[in-house]
Design a protein around this ligand. Structure first.
Ligand SMILES: Nc1ncnc2c1ncn2[C@@H]1O[C@H](COP(=O)(O)OS(=O)(=O)O)[C@@H](OP(=O)(O)O)[C@H]1O
Ligand SMILES: [Mg+2]
Ligand SMILES: [Mg+2]
Ligand SMILES: [Mg+2]
Length: 354
């Protein structure tokens, strides 16, 4: 008997691998040489659109009735003046879709030599990401490039794809083209993929899908705890994180890193705590920014909650609803971290009253 979600995992890995190859190619060919135009760079790049086109094309082929909650849409691309951008997307997406079959790939998923798509097909594929999410049914959620700013800086970014059934994340993939395979060798081989299936644990493999290796969050040696946090100060309250570190007696500096690559680092033990508190009232976290990471944490033996200690709810729509931040850590440290977060929050409220 085959494992549950085995086909979904194979297809999702194929899609994420092709999107990772595409984003790496864009960085090497266009970003490094500064040939992206201003329009390509802000607020989303040609790589975000092309990667979403590739992943949604493959999902649409393999699972034609599954809705997709994707970050991007093709509205701006359909404008007359976006013709250059459109041409680039067709070129990049087709290069990725028609590349030779790799580990586990099957041509029936619409990939491999000769499987070019037209501009209209690719724009429609991007717009397949327009599902509104919800409590009932099966759907995918995609962040074609999480950490777009990290991507443009040549730092960390991730291609993130998850399958959600009745609000519960069943499969989560995070592709990190720039992440060192071994954290102890930061200048060594780069590019890894993390894959988690509910009830089946987490694997780390190379960016080509080779050497899948099960991983669990290792116990943290005393004094070795540190925080994994955003690079962008607008995305997380970094001074709050400083106070939490102080309360926990953490002396190691935080690791600042863009994207859900942070969740990959957490599960393999590069830093013991993921902490992300809101910076401004009103911002709601998007499901594609945390679905894959949340399953990784749970399947690697960790705990992920909001700052009230409640589970994250992926059945509310495109967002996680009211934002009480996100706290993730190994099972042995999560309660300690949560207590420190709540103490720091109470101090803040006291100060605001005074
Ligand atoms: N105000 C605010 N608060 C919280 N989060 C926000 C905010 N604004 C944006 N975003 C989302 O942050 C995503 C990037 O993830 P990170 O914050 O982990 O990495 S980073 O260091 O900020 O790049 C980023 O994902 P991408 O858009 O895919 O890059 C955003 O969805
Ligand atoms: Mg974005
Ligand atoms: Mg994102
Ligand atoms: Mg994104």
């Amino acid at each position: 008997m085959s494992l549950q979600y085995a086909i979904e995992k194979q297809v999702a890995l194929a899609a994420v691998r092709r999107a990772c190859a595409l984003t790496s190619a864009v960085f090497n060919k266009l970003v490094k040489q500064e040939t992206l135009t201003k329009d390509d760079k802000s607020p989303v790049t040609v790589a975000d659109y092309s990667a979403q086109a590739v992943v949604n094309t493959i999902l649409g082929h393999a699972f034609p009735t599954d809705p997709i909650v994707g970050e991007e849409d093709a509205n701006d691309l359909r404008r007359e003046e976006a013709d250059k951008l459109r041409n680039r997307i067709v070129e990049l997406a087709n290069e990725a879709l028609t590349a030779d079959l790799g580990i586990g790939d099957i041509a029936e998923w619409g990939i491999g030599p000769g499987q070019e798509r037209t501009l209209e097909e690719l724009l429609d594929a991007i717009d397949r990401g327009n599902d509104q999410g919800g409590r009932v049914g099966r759907r995918w959620t995609l962040d074609p490039i999480d950490g777009t700013k990290g991507f443009l800086r040549g730092g960390q970014y991730a291609v993130c794809l998850a399958l959600i059934v009745d609000g519960d994340v069943k499969l989560g993939i995070i592709g990190c083209p720039n992440l060192p395979v071994k954290s102890e060798e930061p200048e060594g081989q780069k590019g890894c993929i993390f894959a988690a299936v509910k009830g089946q644990g987490v694997e780390q493999m190379t960016i080509s899908g080779a050497n899948p290796t099960p991983i669990v969050i290792p116990p943290v040696a005393p004094g070795m705890l540190n925080l994994l946090e955003s690079v962008e100060a607008a995305h997380a309250d970094l001074s709050f994180n400083g106070r939490v570190s102080e309360l926990l007696g953490i002396t190691r500096p935080p690791t600042q890193m863009d994207s859900q690559a942070k969740y990959g680092c957490l599960v393999r033990g590069d830093g013991g705590v993921y902490l992300r508190m809101p910076t401004k009232a009103g911002y709601r976290e998007k499901i594609w920014d945390h679905a894959s990471g949340s399953l990784l944490v749970q399947e690697a033996g960790g705990v992920i909650t909001n700052s009230l200690g409640q589970p994250l709810d992926f059945g509310l729509g495109r967002t996680l609803g009211a934002n009480y931040g996100i706290v993730a850590a190994g099972r042995d440290v999560h309660a300690l971290v949560l207590a420190a977060v709540q103490k720091a929050r109470a101090e803040e409220l006291e100060k605001a009253k005074a």
